[in-house]
Design a protein around this ligand. Structure first.
Ligand code: GDD
Ligand code: MN
Length: 393
């Protein structure tokens, strides 16, 4: 009874506050993913307010618990201007998934994504919104390459990588004709987002690509040109890991319906495991003449540590274990894999003793061990127990 009364009181208080709220609900939600952008956030806010004059908008900053305190600053800002909000995620990382969660946290019919570092030109937001309003497009993409402008301040390496990646995905039928399918600056209608949200991989940086490829029907896309600016404060988070995530995203879009991307990655890393394992085994058994059983055992354990380290960097880069957790993770991985290794050595030995060739016997052992390892380490080593506490960079 008491609880209900309390609740009623809370609800009526909330209703009272709602009556004071500005009557216009946001037409446009601007989603801003951030990681260590404290030095840019206030300037971005100032520019957004100026650029979106006269438009009912809200800004949702999705921050992955930046060590520099970006989230606190955004909340301070929100106390002065309620059009700004902070969505803080703890123990998670990822540009694309941050944007998805920001979009899910608003009711606005038009959804934009813009980087916090002022590289994207916020003055393009109004023309983008107009293109959506006109009904010409489901999605408007701000292109760095439409009018041929080069990106200033990029090292030759990054320029080439961007071109190469754009070419690569440009071959996909859905993306043909687009000059910048890898842009991080775009706006779309809520229906278009909702139609594809359950099919999204939400891996890495390329949410736009993900949306275009996941939409049940091809989206009508309009491109508008802008000049990609140089980052002034803070550092880019695009690194080797982001490149790996890009490949994982493509893999997931291509074969994800049948095989989860994480398994593909685990299998690829496992492919290297096979190489390391077979090299050690061949060296010991065939080369030095060590008996099959100890050689197979040594090869299994040597490859195991290598495998843990690589999976931690690549396959589970979003839950990457660091410091003390790297050690406990390694221990649990070894423990699980030891059981896998027992099965591996057992099956291989049985086959070997039944006159199966040494190579086939080893491969059969590896296969059984690998399936067990994937299933159990996914749960124990990098699973939900560790999630939330996994170190973020
Ligand atoms: N929440 C969250 N989590 N935000 C992140 C994360 C993350 O793990 N990683 C990066 N961000 C934020 C950054 O703080 C910044 O606001 C934005 O995402 C873009 O990150 P940058 O590190 O500046 O990326 P970039 O400039 O190299 O590349 C960006 O622009 C390109 C051109 O539009 C990305 O958006 C690319 O995907 C895009 O192609
Ligand atoms: Mn940037």
């Amino acid at each position: 009874m008491r609880a209900v009364q309390d609740e009623l009181r809370v609800t009526s208080a909330a209703a009272g506050r709602a009556a004071e709220r500005p009557p216009r609900p946001a037409e446009l939600a601007v989603i801003v993913p951030t990681f260590n952008e404290r030095a840019n956030v206030l300037e971005l806010a100032r520019r957004l307010v100026a650029a979106l004059d006269g438009i009912a908008f809200e800004v949702i900053v999705v921050d992955d618990d930046s060590p520099d305190g970006t989230a606190d600053l955004v909340r301070e800002l929100a106390l002065h201007d309620p059009r700004f909000r902070c969505l803080q995620r703890i123990g998670r990382r990822g540009l694309a998934s941050a944007c998805v969660e920001g979009m899910l946290a608003t009711a606005a019919p038009c959804l934009a994504v813009i980087d916090a570092d002022l590289q994207h030109d916020e003055r393009l937001l109004v023309p983008m919104l107009e293109a959506l309003r006109s009904g010409r497009a489901d999605l408007v993409l701000a292109s760095r390459y439409l009018d041929g402008t080069a990106v200033p301040g990029w090292a030759e390496q990054r320029r080439l990588a961007s071109r190469l990646a754009t070419r690569l995905v440009g071959a996909l039928p859905r993306l043909r004709g687009l000059t910048d399918p890898l842009s991080g600056f775009f706006m779309l209608r809520r229906e278009a987002f909702e139609a594809s949200v359950r099919g999204l991989s939400a891996i890495g940086f390329k949410l736009l690509l993900d949306i275009l490829l996941s939409a049940p029907e091809p989206l009508r896309v309009v491109e508008l040109p802008y000049r990609f600016r140089e980052r002034r404060e803070g550092r880019s988070k695009l690194d080797a890991r982001v490149a790996v995530e890009f490949l994982t995203l493509l893999l997931d879009k291509l074969v994800g319906a049948w095989i989860p991307a994480r398994f593909s990655m685990f299998a690829a890393v496992g492919g290297l495991w096979v190489l390391v394992h077979l090299a050690v085994l061949a060296l010991l058994h065939r080369g030095v003449g060590v008996d099959f059983l100890p050689a197979q055992t040594l090869a299994t354990f040597g490859a195991m540590t290598f495998n843990f380290a690589l999976n931690n960097e690549l396959t589970y880069s979003d839950r990457r274990l660091r410091g003390a957790r790297w050690l406990t993770g390694w221990a649990s991985f070894c423990l699980v894999c030891s059981v896998g290794a027992l099965a591996n050595v057992g099956i291989a030995t049985v086959l070997f003793l039944r006159d199966t060739s040494w190579l086939l016997a080893a491969i059969a052992g590896i296969l059984v061990g690998a399936v067990w390892n994937y299933a159990v380490t996914g749960f124990l080593t990098w699973g939900s127990r560790g999630r939330g506490r996994a170190a973020t960079r």
